[in-house]
Design a protein around this ligand. Structure first.
Ligand SMILES: *[C@@H]1O[C@H](CO)[C@@H](O)[C@H](O)[C@H]1NC(C)=O
Ligand SMILES: *[C@@H]1O[C@H](CO)[C@@H](O)[C@H](O)[C@H]1NC(C)=O
Length: 253
């Protein structure tokens, strides 16, 4: 599944954006530095330094190529000029001096502080008559905030009839999220909740067990504890009655 190959802990961070204008009728020049990696030992680090005018990228340094590339006549002239001088050497050194240096700091202060979500699947509404079933996949107590919750039917991504809430702050640095799926159950199918989060090194799949919906389990639990309580009370009453009647002395008058 191509989805499973998606960003396990693929981080893209943006470290500097210089903006020289604020309202719609002004011009922007922007420099966007990106450090892209997925390996924990940072060996696959790529450094991208993009130079923009308004939204147009005119020149970009790419550390895989080891040089600047221009995307317009002006951009190509800039690239040629920068490829010729000390700026290029500084950019090449940026892979270690800028990207890896900062990635180590981010990894130890953010990524390694990630906390795995506690995931719970529950039945909101059971299918009956004409209305479909509603399942809820909840993730609690995770950090950082960014998370992706999706639904699979027999391993295939479901797109329609899914509603998700935003990540909600618990107020204690942790977050929670809830995603609802409305579907018509078919026998033999497998419904699962797929959760992708920085604390996992791969997407996690939680299968729904439809054998006994939670509300039914609760009813059975309440019913059986009532029965046990009833038996205990009856037994206690019987013992009390026995004691009382055996202790009573019948005095004839
Ligand atoms: C950087 O260059 C490599 C090699 O040409 C290419 O595969 C990659 O997509 C480039 N990255 C960006 C962000 O343009
Ligand atoms: C590149 O550097 C060489 C030698 O320093 C110089 O002769 C040439 O004009 C430069 N080219 C550009 C485009 O700046």
């Amino acid at each position: 599944m191509s989805l499973l190959k998606l960003f396990s802990f693929h981080l893209i961070f943006t470290l500097s954006v210089f903006t020289l204008a604020e309202s719609a009728d002004e011009y922007y020049t922007r420099r966007w530095l990106k450090c892209i990696y997925s390996s924990p030992d940072l060996s696959d680090m790529v450094y991208i330094d993009g130079h923009y005018f308004n939204k147009y990228l005119f020149t970009q340094f790419n550390s895989t190529l080891g040089k600047f590339v221009g995307f317009s006549e002006y951009g190509m002239r800039v690239a040629e000029y920068w490829n010729n001088g000390s700026f290029l050497q500084a950019e090449i050194a940026g892979v270690d001096g800028f990207c890896k240096y900062n990635a180590q700091i981010y990894d130890s202060t953010v990524r390694e502080k990630a906390v795995k979500p506690k995931v719970k699947l529950s039945s909101v509404t059971q299918a009956g008559g004409r209305h479909p079933a509603v399942l809820m996949c909840s993730a609690y107590e995770f950090y950082p905030q960014h998370i992706k919750v999706s639904w699979l039917r027999d391993g295939k991504l479901m797109t329609s009839e899914v509603t998700s809430t935003m990540e909600m702050a618990n107020g204690d640095w942790y977050y929670q999220i809830h995603s609802e799926l409305e579907y018509t159950p078919k026998s033999g199918e497998k419904i699962s909740c797929l959760v992708e989060h920085a604390s996992f090194n791969k997407p996690m799949i939680y299968d729904w067990d439809p054998s006994l919906p939670e509300s039914e389990r609760n009813k059975i639990a309440i019913g059986s504890s009532g029965l046990v309580l009833g038996i205990i009370l009856a037994a206690a009453g019987f013992i009390y009655y026995k004691k009382k009647s055996s202790g009573r002395i019948l005095v004839p008058n």
